[in-house]
Write a protein that binds this ligand. Structure first.
Ligand code: NOJ
Length: 526
């Protein structure tokens, strides 16, 4: 426990690392674990308490690594288990903990157990590890039910012998059958495997999925809703989380990394749906996505915050304004609002997660050519849904040079191009450029994070000051952007200019006044 008797994670700032896009240590254009280790001093300077690594496991990359073919190893393109151990050790040297991503809803179609299931006969124990069924219609030519894949198209794919298998995501991501005790046992081993290697916690992918209606009945709505259904928010899930909590709690809390946590990725339609996940003996934490889904509207944001606090408090339900799945805050809300949102994020009581590049104010890259796009949603919707590549573009570290410092050049070599193309003006957002600019996003983040108390949750007077300060800033930014919209409607506003401004941005001249007020209230340097 920390000095105030809260576990370390209760007030932690956690930095989400998307390893393939963070830093490349071997000039192949793909970020890797060595790159994360090399950039730890930067993360330490930011002052984060932990990093969450999105999947780095062996994967054919049908979904950016969320299609895992071996849960107990590192993809050779990203390093080795030794590199992982070195990263955990080096992070500890900076007092930074490591959280890994657990992907229990599905694996990769290349997972050896799925390959075995495909090779085995219908009705075999091998097939029972997954969800195989006969189809409907003439000669079973139609999927077993009407469930949609989250990435477009049906959630079922037919195999050579005529059976279908379930995949709530890409066809390369078959869903496990959680009613099979072997699946459960296997994941308990996986959890222990990573905890034994010194990780501080797990981020649980699709934590609202996992169990499916045993009848596989049709769902009334074929939209992408996150309401309770045959495939989301099944009540059985809570018993599973109680067992995982017991595993986490069985690790000693009096030595680094302290109490182990798990944070569930639970998308929900209402607080009533979210509530059961917050049972005292359930997962320690569940994301609240209120600030991700909120429009930039002070009244709405305040309502969402008040409701979340009434339900849980930000320690159990950490705050987040972006991640590798959603359009970056700067593009969603505008730059001014994204700055106010960052202060709000760090001012709210409890734990905050920030996604790599948020601290640089990176915009969503909207013009990635179709041929370079990697997100399966783009392919599965015939390009109708742009997908999430735009928030995954490799980070700029330097103002110029090959891949803006993303890849380390080894003894004069020319690195391979980054796996997703970077925009020509990326250098303006780089760590080096922003470090030198007192008005940059990075400098704002550095100041705000330094102001955050490391001990008590909420209550602390600095935190309260930030919180108080963020409210008027949010209101002012909101009213300024309303005015801008009104002016635009009257045809008086100039056309939106350049990548640094988005349609709903507040006028550039309005922000300095808001920010000065905010900085004064927060005692940030002017
Ligand atoms: C949520 C992850 O954040 C996302 O990137 C992934 O595509 C889906 N789960 C499926 O694993």
């Amino acid at each position: 426990m920390s000095a105030d008797d809260n576990p370390w994670w209760a007030n932690a700032v956690v930095y989400e690392v998307y390893p393939r896009s963070f830093a490349d240590s071997d000039d192949d254009g793909i970020g890797d674990l060595g790159g994360v280790t090399r950039r730890l001093p930067y993360l330490a300077e930011l002052g984060v308490h932990a990093i969450w690594l999105t999947p780095f496991y062996p994967s054919p990359l049908a979904d950016g690594g969320y299609d895992v073919s071996d849960y107990r190893d590192v993809d050779p393109r990203l390093g080795t288990l030794d590199d992982f151990d070195s990263l955990v050790g080096a992070a500890k040297g900076h007092d930074i903990r490591v959280i890994v991503d657990l992907v229990p809803n599905h694996c990769s179609a290349e997972h050896p157990l799925f390959k075995k299931a495909l090779a085995a006969a219908p009705g075999s124990p091998e097939r029972d590890m997954f969800i195989f069924r006969e189809g409907r219609g003439t000669r079973g030519g139609l999927p077993p039910n009407n469930w949609p894949s989250n990435f477009g198209g049906p959630a079922w794919t037919r195999v050579a012998d005529g059976q279908w298998y379930l995949h709530l995501y890409d066809s390369g991501q078959p869903d496990w059958n959680w009613r099979n005790p072997q699946v459960r046992a296997m994941f308990e081993d996986v959890i222990r495997f990573w905890l034994d290697r010194g990780v501080a916690g797990l981020r649980i992918d699709v934590a609202h999925g996992i169990y499916k209606d045993p009848e596989l009945a049709d769902t009334p709505a074929t939209d992408r809703s996150v309401r309770p259904s045959g495939y989301y928010h099944r009540p059985e899930i809570h018993e599973l989380y109680r067992t995982w909590r017991a595993i986490l709690d069985s690790y000693p809390s009096d030595v680094f990394p302290g109490e182990r946590t798990a944070v569930g990725e639970v998308w929900y339609d209402s607080y009533a749906t979210l509530q059961p996940y917050l049972a005292p003996d359930g997962l320690p934490q569940v994301f609240n996505f209120e600030l991700v889904t909120a429009k930039w509207d002070a009244a709405g944001i305040r309502k969402a915050i008040d409701a979340t606090l009434a339900l849980a408090g930000g320690s159990r339900a950490p705050w987040v304004i972006g991640n590798h799945d959603v359009v970056r805050p700067v593009t969603r809300w505008g730059r001014a609002a994204a700055r106010a949102a960052a202060l709000l994020l760090f001012a709210l009581p409890g734990s905050a997660y920030l996604y790599q590049g948020e601290e640089l104010g990176l915009p969503e890259v909207l013009d990635i050519p179709a041929a370079a796009r990697q997100d399966p949603t783009f392919r599965r919707t015939g390009g109708k849904v742009r997908g999430r590549d735009g928030c995954r573009v490799p980070l700029p570290w330097s103002s110029g040079g090959d891949s803006f410092g993303f890849s380390r050049t080894i003894s004069g070599s020319s690195p391979a191009p980054p796996w997703l193309p970077q925009p020509a003006d990326w250098g303006a957002y780089s760590v080096a450029t922003e470090r030198a600019d007192p008005d940059s996003f990075l400098r704002l983040y550095l100041s705000a994070l330094r102001l955050r108390p490391s001990g008590k949750v909420g209550g602390h007077r600095r935190c309260r000051r930030l919180w108080q300060a963020a409210k008027p800033a949010a209101e002012a930014a909101n009213s300024a952007s309303r005015q801008a919209r009104r002016r635009a409607a009257r045809g008086k506003a100039g056309a939106a200019s350049g990548r640094r401004r988005s349609g709903n941005d507040m006028p550039a001249q309005a922000w300095p006044a808001v920010e000065t007020r905010l900085r004064l209230q927060c005692r940030l340097p002017l």
